[in-house]
Design a protein around this ligand. Structure first.
Ligand SMILES: Cc1cc2nc3c(=O)[nH]c(=O)nc-3n(C[C@H](O)[C@H](O)[C@H](O)COP(=O)(O)OP(=O)(O)OC[C@H]3O[C@@H](n4cnc5c(N)ncnc54)[C@H](O)[C@@H]3O)c2cc1C
Length: 283
Protein backbone atom coordinates (compact mmCIF):
# COMPACT_ATOMS: atom_id res chain seq x y z
CA UNK A 1 0.00 0.00 0.00
CA UNK A 2 1.19 3.52 -0.84
CA UNK A 3 1.34 6.21 1.83
CA UNK A 4 0.02 8.83 -0.57
CA UNK A 5 -1.30 9.08 -4.12
CA UNK A 6 -0.96 12.55 -5.60
CA UNK A 7 -3.36 13.25 -8.47
CA UNK A 8 -1.79 15.82 -10.78
CA UNK A 9 1.71 16.80 -11.90
CA UNK A 10 1.17 20.55 -12.11
CA UNK A 11 2.99 22.94 -9.75
CA UNK A 12 0.89 21.85 -6.74
CA UNK A 13 1.32 18.10 -7.25
CA UNK A 14 5.03 18.22 -8.09
CA UNK A 15 5.81 20.57 -5.20
CA UNK A 16 3.99 18.23 -2.78
CA UNK A 17 5.79 15.18 -4.17
CA UNK A 18 9.22 16.82 -3.70
CA UNK A 19 8.49 17.39 0.00
CA UNK A 20 6.88 13.99 0.57
CA UNK A 21 9.68 12.05 -1.13
CA UNK A 22 12.36 13.89 0.83
CA UNK A 23 10.43 13.04 4.02
CA UNK A 24 10.61 9.36 3.02
CA UNK A 25 6.90 9.08 2.31
CA UNK A 26 6.05 6.34 -0.20
CA UNK A 27 4.14 8.37 -2.77
CA UNK A 28 3.20 8.15 -6.43
CA UNK A 29 1.93 10.82 -8.78
CA UNK A 30 -0.83 9.94 -11.25
CA UNK A 31 -1.38 12.52 -13.99
CA UNK A 32 -2.85 12.61 -17.46
CA UNK A 33 -1.05 15.72 -18.78
CA UNK A 34 0.74 18.93 -17.68
CA UNK A 35 -2.49 20.73 -16.73
CA UNK A 36 -3.02 24.49 -17.03
CA UNK A 37 0.64 25.22 -17.82
CA UNK A 38 0.28 23.49 -21.20
CA UNK A 39 -1.82 26.46 -22.28
CA UNK A 40 0.37 29.23 -20.83
CA UNK A 41 2.65 30.57 -23.58
CA UNK A 42 4.87 32.75 -21.39
CA UNK A 43 5.19 32.96 -17.62
CA UNK A 44 6.83 36.17 -16.45
CA UNK A 45 5.76 36.39 -12.84
CA UNK A 46 7.19 33.21 -11.33
CA UNK A 47 10.40 33.51 -9.31
CA UNK A 48 13.67 33.03 -11.19
CA UNK A 49 12.15 31.87 -14.42
CA UNK A 50 10.78 33.51 -17.55
CA UNK A 51 9.73 30.65 -19.78
CA UNK A 52 6.82 28.94 -21.44
CA UNK A 53 4.37 27.16 -19.17
CA UNK A 54 5.14 23.82 -20.77
CA UNK A 55 8.90 24.13 -20.21
CA UNK A 56 8.31 25.03 -16.54
CA UNK A 57 6.00 22.02 -16.20
CA UNK A 58 8.53 19.69 -17.83
CA UNK A 59 11.33 21.03 -15.63
CA UNK A 60 9.19 20.29 -12.58
CA UNK A 61 8.50 16.78 -13.78
CA UNK A 62 12.21 16.14 -14.46
CA UNK A 63 13.10 17.39 -10.99
CA UNK A 64 10.64 14.89 -9.50
CA UNK A 65 11.86 12.00 -11.67
CA UNK A 66 15.50 12.83 -10.80
CA UNK A 67 14.58 12.48 -7.14
CA UNK A 68 13.17 9.01 -7.81
CA UNK A 69 9.49 9.93 -7.55
CA UNK A 70 7.17 7.52 -9.36
CA UNK A 71 4.96 9.18 -11.94
CA UNK A 72 2.21 7.14 -13.57
CA UNK A 73 0.86 8.54 -16.84
CA UNK A 74 -2.81 7.82 -16.47
CA UNK A 75 -6.28 9.02 -15.68
CA UNK A 76 -7.81 8.66 -12.26
CA UNK A 77 -11.33 7.48 -13.02
CA UNK A 78 -12.55 6.83 -9.49
CA UNK A 79 -11.79 6.99 -5.79
CA UNK A 80 -13.24 4.40 -3.44
CA UNK A 81 -12.97 3.53 0.22
CA UNK A 82 -10.77 0.50 0.83
CA UNK A 83 -12.42 -2.11 3.07
CA UNK A 84 -8.92 -2.73 4.52
CA UNK A 85 -8.57 0.95 5.45
CA UNK A 86 -7.57 3.99 3.41
CA UNK A 87 -8.60 4.32 -0.22
CA UNK A 88 -8.38 2.71 -3.64
CA UNK A 89 -7.47 5.07 -6.45
CA UNK A 90 -8.82 3.56 -9.66
CA UNK A 91 -6.92 4.57 -12.79
CA UNK A 92 -7.27 3.53 -16.42
CA UNK A 93 -4.06 1.53 -15.92
CA UNK A 94 -4.23 0.00 -12.42
CA UNK A 95 -5.86 0.28 -9.00
CA UNK A 96 -3.66 1.75 -6.27
CA UNK A 97 -4.23 1.20 -2.55
CA UNK A 98 -3.22 4.17 -0.45
CA UNK A 99 -3.48 5.63 3.02
CA UNK A 100 -3.81 9.27 1.85
CA UNK A 101 -4.79 11.08 -1.32
CA UNK A 102 -3.76 14.56 -2.42
CA UNK A 103 -5.95 16.07 -5.14
CA UNK A 104 -3.89 18.57 -7.13
CA UNK A 105 -6.15 18.30 -10.15
CA UNK A 106 -6.28 21.96 -11.15
CA UNK A 107 -9.29 24.04 -12.01
CA UNK A 108 -12.34 21.96 -12.80
CA UNK A 109 -13.42 22.68 -16.35
CA UNK A 110 -16.99 23.59 -17.11
CA UNK A 111 -19.40 20.99 -18.40
CA UNK A 112 -21.16 21.15 -21.75
CA UNK A 113 -22.09 24.67 -22.64
CA UNK A 114 -25.52 24.27 -24.21
CA UNK A 115 -28.85 25.98 -23.65
CA UNK A 116 -30.74 24.96 -20.50
CA UNK A 117 -28.00 22.62 -19.20
CA UNK A 118 -27.29 24.58 -16.02
CA UNK A 119 -31.02 24.94 -15.23
CA UNK A 120 -31.56 21.19 -15.09
CA UNK A 121 -28.48 20.14 -13.13
CA UNK A 122 -29.87 18.10 -10.22
CA UNK A 123 -33.26 17.96 -11.98
CA UNK A 124 -32.60 14.94 -14.16
CA UNK A 125 -28.95 15.74 -14.86
CA UNK A 126 -26.58 13.86 -12.57
CA UNK A 127 -22.82 13.46 -12.13
CA UNK A 128 -22.73 10.15 -10.25
CA UNK A 129 -24.13 6.84 -11.50
CA UNK A 130 -23.52 5.05 -8.23
CA UNK A 131 -25.23 7.79 -6.20
CA UNK A 132 -28.25 8.52 -8.40
CA UNK A 133 -28.63 5.51 -10.73
CA UNK A 134 -31.04 3.90 -8.25
CA UNK A 135 -33.63 6.66 -8.91
CA UNK A 136 -33.81 5.64 -12.56
CA UNK A 137 -34.61 1.92 -12.35
CA UNK A 138 -36.03 0.72 -15.69
CA UNK A 139 -36.02 4.33 -17.00
CA UNK A 140 -34.66 5.84 -20.20
CA UNK A 141 -31.17 7.16 -19.59
CA UNK A 142 -28.49 9.04 -21.48
CA UNK A 143 -24.83 9.31 -20.58
CA UNK A 144 -22.47 11.90 -22.05
CA UNK A 145 -18.85 10.85 -22.52
CA UNK A 146 -16.53 8.95 -24.80
CA UNK A 147 -13.70 7.56 -22.70
CA UNK A 148 -12.82 5.14 -19.90
CA UNK A 149 -14.57 7.22 -17.23
CA UNK A 150 -17.84 7.09 -19.19
CA UNK A 151 -17.47 3.30 -19.47
CA UNK A 152 -17.08 2.98 -15.71
CA UNK A 153 -20.23 5.07 -15.12
CA UNK A 154 -22.09 3.15 -17.84
CA UNK A 155 -21.35 -0.16 -16.10
CA UNK A 156 -22.87 1.25 -12.89
CA UNK A 157 -25.99 2.47 -14.76
CA UNK A 158 -26.51 -0.93 -16.41
CA UNK A 159 -27.39 -2.30 -12.96
CA UNK A 160 -30.55 -0.15 -13.01
CA UNK A 161 -31.78 -0.12 -16.60
CA UNK A 162 -30.95 -1.49 -20.02
CA UNK A 163 -32.39 1.53 -21.88
CA UNK A 164 -29.25 3.64 -22.10
CA UNK A 165 -27.88 5.80 -24.91
CA UNK A 166 -24.30 7.06 -25.00
CA UNK A 167 -23.89 10.63 -26.34
CA UNK A 168 -20.33 11.48 -27.33
CA UNK A 169 -21.13 15.11 -28.28
CA UNK A 170 -19.08 14.97 -31.46
CA UNK A 171 -16.08 13.19 -29.88
CA UNK A 172 -14.87 9.85 -31.24
CA UNK A 173 -15.88 6.93 -29.04
CA UNK A 174 -12.67 5.55 -27.47
CA UNK A 175 -14.08 2.52 -25.65
CA UNK A 176 -16.14 -0.57 -26.44
CA UNK A 177 -19.65 -0.09 -25.04
CA UNK A 178 -20.71 -3.63 -25.94
CA UNK A 179 -23.87 -3.06 -27.97
CA UNK A 180 -25.18 0.03 -26.16
CA UNK A 181 -26.71 2.61 -28.52
CA UNK A 182 -24.32 5.44 -29.37
CA UNK A 183 -25.10 8.92 -30.77
CA UNK A 184 -22.03 10.82 -31.94
CA UNK A 185 -23.82 14.03 -33.06
CA UNK A 186 -23.19 17.35 -31.32
CA UNK A 187 -25.53 18.14 -28.45
CA UNK A 188 -27.37 21.42 -29.06
CA UNK A 189 -29.86 21.82 -26.21
CA UNK A 190 -31.29 20.24 -23.08
CA UNK A 191 -35.09 20.20 -23.10
CA UNK A 192 -37.32 20.45 -20.04
CA UNK A 193 -38.76 23.15 -17.77
CA UNK A 194 -38.51 21.96 -14.19
CA UNK A 195 -37.18 18.53 -15.06
CA UNK A 196 -35.17 17.01 -17.88
CA UNK A 197 -37.36 15.72 -20.70
CA UNK A 198 -35.10 15.28 -23.70
CA UNK A 199 -31.75 15.97 -25.29
CA UNK A 200 -31.59 17.78 -28.62
CA UNK A 201 -28.69 16.84 -30.89
CA UNK A 202 -27.83 18.21 -34.32
CA UNK A 203 -29.89 15.57 -36.15
CA UNK A 204 -32.54 14.35 -33.70
CA UNK A 205 -34.24 14.77 -30.32
CA UNK A 206 -33.97 11.97 -27.72
CA UNK A 207 -36.56 11.60 -24.92
CA UNK A 208 -34.82 10.90 -21.58
CA UNK A 209 -35.71 10.46 -17.90
CA UNK A 210 -32.17 11.04 -16.75
CA UNK A 211 -28.85 12.22 -18.12
CA UNK A 212 -25.49 11.33 -16.58
CA UNK A 213 -22.35 13.35 -17.21
CA UNK A 214 -19.05 11.48 -17.55
CA UNK A 215 -17.11 13.67 -19.96
CA UNK A 216 -13.37 13.15 -20.47
CA UNK A 217 -11.47 12.55 -17.25
CA UNK A 218 -13.19 13.17 -13.92
CA UNK A 219 -12.36 16.46 -12.23
CA UNK A 220 -12.88 17.81 -8.73
CA UNK A 221 -16.62 18.21 -9.23
CA UNK A 222 -16.97 14.59 -10.33
CA UNK A 223 -14.88 13.28 -7.44
CA UNK A 224 -16.86 15.36 -4.98
CA UNK A 225 -20.15 13.90 -6.18
CA UNK A 226 -18.85 10.34 -5.90
CA UNK A 227 -17.20 10.43 -2.51
CA UNK A 228 -18.95 13.35 -0.85
CA UNK A 229 -16.31 16.08 -0.81
CA UNK A 230 -17.71 19.42 0.29
CA UNK A 231 -17.41 22.01 -2.48
CA UNK A 232 -17.86 25.74 -2.70
CA UNK A 233 -19.12 26.12 -6.26
CA UNK A 234 -16.33 24.40 -8.24
CA UNK A 235 -13.68 24.60 -5.50
CA UNK A 236 -12.92 21.84 -3.00
CA UNK A 237 -13.26 23.12 0.56
CA UNK A 238 -10.20 22.42 2.75
CA UNK A 239 -9.12 23.26 6.29
CA UNK A 240 -5.89 24.95 7.39
CA UNK A 241 -3.99 21.70 6.75
CA UNK A 242 -5.43 21.38 3.22
CA UNK A 243 -7.52 18.43 4.33
CA UNK A 244 -11.00 18.07 2.85
CA UNK A 245 -14.06 17.08 4.89
CA UNK A 246 -12.97 13.46 4.33
CA UNK A 247 -10.22 12.36 6.70
CA UNK A 248 -7.17 11.37 4.63
CA UNK A 249 -8.11 13.23 1.45
CA UNK A 250 -6.27 16.51 0.88
CA UNK A 251 -6.45 19.08 -1.91
CA UNK A 252 -4.30 22.03 -2.98
CA UNK A 253 -3.56 24.40 -5.85
CA UNK A 254 -6.14 25.68 -8.33
CA UNK A 255 -8.60 22.98 -7.29
CA UNK A 256 -9.22 24.73 -3.95
CA UNK A 257 -9.77 28.10 -5.64
CA UNK A 258 -8.36 31.47 -4.60
CA UNK A 259 -5.64 33.12 -6.69
CA UNK A 260 -4.98 30.79 -9.60
CA UNK A 261 -1.22 31.22 -9.88
CA UNK A 262 1.88 29.02 -9.85
CA UNK A 263 3.24 30.64 -6.69
CA UNK A 264 0.16 29.76 -4.73
CA UNK A 265 0.00 26.20 -6.11
CA UNK A 266 3.67 25.55 -5.26
CA UNK A 267 3.25 26.91 -1.73
CA UNK A 268 0.09 24.91 -1.09
CA UNK A 269 1.72 21.74 -2.40
CA UNK A 270 4.44 22.16 0.23
CA UNK A 271 1.96 22.93 3.02
CA UNK A 272 -0.26 19.97 2.14
CA UNK A 273 2.76 17.64 1.98
CA UNK A 274 3.94 18.68 5.44
CA UNK A 275 0.45 18.10 6.85
CA UNK A 276 0.25 14.67 5.18
CA UNK A 277 3.72 13.73 6.44
CA UNK A 278 2.71 14.68 10.00
CA UNK A 279 -0.58 12.79 9.80
CA UNK A 280 1.19 9.62 8.62
CA UNK A 281 3.23 9.59 11.84
CA UNK A 282 -0.01 8.85 13.68
CA UNK A 283 -0.92 5.77 11.64
C1 LIG B 1 -3.44 30.36 -20.40
C2 LIG B 1 -2.93 30.37 -18.98
C3 LIG B 1 -1.95 31.27 -18.62
C4 LIG B 1 -1.46 31.31 -17.30
N1 LIG B 1 -0.48 32.21 -16.96
C5 LIG B 1 0.02 32.21 -15.70
C6 LIG B 1 1.07 33.11 -15.33
O1 LIG B 1 1.55 33.90 -16.16
N2 LIG B 1 1.54 33.04 -14.05
C7 LIG B 1 1.05 32.19 -13.12
O2 LIG B 1 1.53 32.17 -11.99
N3 LIG B 1 0.04 31.33 -13.44
C8 LIG B 1 -0.48 31.33 -14.69
N4 LIG B 1 -1.51 30.46 -15.02
C9 LIG B 1 -2.12 29.64 -13.95
C10 LIG B 1 -1.27 28.41 -13.59
O3 LIG B 1 -0.99 27.66 -14.75
C11 LIG B 1 -2.05 27.58 -12.56
O4 LIG B 1 -2.37 28.40 -11.45
C12 LIG B 1 -1.23 26.38 -12.07
O5 LIG B 1 -0.81 25.58 -13.14
C13 LIG B 1 -2.06 25.56 -11.09
O6 LIG B 1 -1.35 24.43 -10.70
P1 LIG B 1 -2.09 23.10 -10.19
O7 LIG B 1 -0.98 22.15 -9.92
O8 LIG B 1 -3.03 23.45 -9.11
O9 LIG B 1 -2.99 22.61 -11.42
P2 LIG B 1 -2.58 22.25 -12.90
O10 LIG B 1 -1.29 22.88 -13.25
O11 LIG B 1 -3.75 22.57 -13.76
O12 LIG B 1 -2.35 20.67 -12.89
C14 LIG B 1 -3.43 19.79 -12.76
C15 LIG B 1 -2.92 18.37 -12.91
O13 LIG B 1 -3.96 17.45 -12.54
C16 LIG B 1 -4.01 16.43 -13.54
N5 LIG B 1 -5.35 15.81 -13.49
C17 LIG B 1 -6.55 16.42 -13.35
N6 LIG B 1 -7.54 15.51 -13.26
C18 LIG B 1 -6.93 14.30 -13.38
C19 LIG B 1 -7.41 12.96 -13.36
N7 LIG B 1 -8.71 12.65 -13.18
N8 LIG B 1 -6.51 11.96 -13.51
C20 LIG B 1 -5.19 12.22 -13.68
N9 LIG B 1 -4.68 13.48 -13.69
C21 LIG B 1 -5.54 14.49 -13.52
C22 LIG B 1 -3.65 17.13 -14.81
O14 LIG B 1 -3.26 16.20 -15.78
C23 LIG B 1 -2.49 18.00 -14.31
O15 LIG B 1 -1.32 17.22 -14.25
C24 LIG B 1 -2.00 30.41 -16.32
C25 LIG B 1 -2.97 29.49 -16.70
C26 LIG B 1 -3.44 29.47 -18.01
C27 LIG B 1 -4.51 28.46 -18.40
Amino acid sequence: MRDCVIVGKGPAGISAALYLKRANVNCVIVAKDYGALEKAHLIENYYGNKASGLSIAKAGEKQALDLGIDILDGEVIGIEYNPNGGFIVKTNKEDIETKKILLATGKARSKINVENFANLEGKGISYCALCDGFFYRKKKLGIIGSKQYMLKELEDLKKFTNDITVFTNGEPLEVDVDGVKVVTDKITKVIGENRLEALECSKDVYQLDGLFIAIGTPNAVDFSKHIGLVMNKNDIVVDGNFMTNIEGIYACGDVVGGTLQINKAVNEGMMAALAIKNSLKNI
